[in-house]
Structures are given as structure tokens and as C-alpha cells.
Design a protein around this ligand. Structure first.
Ligand SMILES: [Cu+2]
Length: 250
């Protein structure tokens, strides 16, 4: 028996207690007004120079119900690059917003468990925004998030169609989420305390709109390619391109 099973068993018995991660999300926040008449925008692309590294093939043979959802080989999905454009980079404003505060969206960010994989593999949310985990599989998963700045969570989801939300109170880039039943299942969750973040899709593009004029540090995180930062100054109504280029993939 691996050690995670012990934690899983405990959490199935004490599911509610283990799932509590939202302390710190009940205090009222007053959002700082943004003057949209002078706000600017940052756009950009995340690219990789050279050939993308190979991705690991996941062996699902040990769990027929997981394998049934996949007619072909399943890749780890941790180095998705399309004509040089990087998918699943988490791009965000790392510094420059000062002491502004922002409204927390009520709309949940959804992470599905489908075919014994997380979808999406990388997600972002604001601190205290609901992150809704869904189980679309007819098998037991547990959702084990291990932040270092916020309380961890660990709960089982045994029923197909079940949903459960967590709220992460403190910013952290990135938080690893795993399933202890299926060791290949891994998702990454980026938490920031403002709305200027994005996860790149197949075109590698991102846009931050309604950004107050100012001096910013914009950062990109990718689980295989690492982190990059770029400084940019935004004047009133200015639109600037900030692009990130990875090279020498491991
Ligand atoms: Cu699982």
C-alpha cells in the first residue's frame, strides 16, 4: 500500500473536514474602481523554439474503466506545442497592481475528471473564486490539492456526475492537483488575486484587457518549459504585445 491511500481513506471518512479549504474567503472586499476610459491592454503569444520534447505515454491498462475511454495511446499532455505555439502556459500579471483589490467572480472554473484525465490540464482562477471539480467517470477519483500558501484539500468523488467546489484563499502559482487512485492524473491550478491571467490554448495567445496604466511584470509558467518574466509599461489606452519564447526544452 502506498502512503496516499492512507490519506484517501481518512478523507473518505472525514470528507467534509478534509475538503475545507475556503477559510479566509468570507471577508467582504471592496473592489478598486478601474477607469476603463484610460485602461490599456496586453496581448501576447507563448512560443517554443525548436522541436517540442516527446511526451510520456500513460499506461492505463491497470484500470479497464479508464482505458475504455481511450481508443488509442494516451499522452501525458505536458508539452503540447502546435507549430511552435505553446498550449497550457499560465500567463499572469505578477507585479504592478499595487494595493488594488478586485471583485471575486461567482462563476466557477470547472475542472472535469474524464477518461481518468483532468480537463483542462492547466487552469487558473482568482483567489476565493469557486473551482468546481466534476467526476464524469464511473470510477472513484479523489481530488488532492497541495498548495503551500492555502489549506490543502483531499476528498473522494465516487459517483459519476458528482461535483464539488473548493475556494483557494491565497494566490499561488502553481498548485498541483493529483488523484491518489490514478497516479498519472495531475492538473495544475494557478491562483492570483486579480483578473489578469490566462491559460494559453492551441494558438498560444493571451490577452489582458481593462488594465490600468502602469508598470508591470508579466510572467509565464509552463510545467515543462519553466518560467519567464517580462517588464512592460502601459500608458493610457495603450495596447502592447508581450511575447514569451521558450528554448532548449528539457
Ligand atoms: Cu482518479
Amino acid at each position: 500500500m502506498r502512503a496516499p491511500w492512507i490519506g484517501l481513506a481518512l478523507c473518505l471518512a472525514l470528507a467534509w473536514a478534509c475538503g475545507r479549504s475556503d477559510s479566509g474567503c468570507d471577508r467582504p472586499r471592496t473592489a478598486t474602481p478601474i477607469d476603463r476610459a484610460v485602461a490599456g491592454r496586453i496581448t501576447g503569444t507563448v512560443t517554443l523554439q525548436g522541436a517540442p520534447p516527446p511526451m510520456r505515454t500513460i499506461t492505463l491498462a491497470g484500470d479497464p474503466q479508464c482505458a475504455a475511454g481511450h481508443p488509442g495511446p494516451v499522452l501525458s499532455g505536458d508539452a503540447l506545442v502546435h507549430d511552435g505555439r505553446v498550449e497550457n502556459a499560465f500567463v499572469y500579471v505578477k507585479d504592478g497592481l499595487g494595493d488594488r483589490t478586485f471583485a471575486v467572480p461567482d462563476t466557477a472554473v470547472t475542472i472535469d475528471q474524464a477518461g481518468c484525465l483532468y480537463a483542462p490540464h492547466v487552469a487558473g482562477a482568482q483567489a476565493c473564486q469557486p473551482v468546481q471539480f466534476v467526476n464524469s467517470d464511473p470510477v472513484l477519483h479523489n481530488v488532492h490539492g497541495t498548495p503551500s500558501q492555502s489549506p490543502p484539500w483531499n476528498f473522494g468523488m465516487a459517483v459519476r456526475g458528482s461535483q464539488r467546489a473548493v475556494r483557494v484563499p491565497h494566490p499561488e502559482v502553481m498548485i498541483e492537483v493529483r488523484c491518489d487512485v490514478h497516479p498519472w492524473m495531475r492538473a495544475w491550478l494557478g491562483i492570483v488575486d486579480h483578473p489578469y491571467f490566462a491559460v494559453t490554448r492551441a494558438d498560444g495567445r493571451f490577452t489582458f484587457s481593462d488594465l490600468p496604466p502602469g508598470d508591470y511584470v508579466v510572467a509565464s509558467w509552463h510545467e515543462r518549459f519553466g518560467t519567464r518574466e517580462s517588464r512592460v509599461s502601459i500608458g493610457p489606452r495603450e495596447v502592447k504585445d508581450v511575447s514569451f519564447t521558450y528554448a532548449g526544452a528539457p
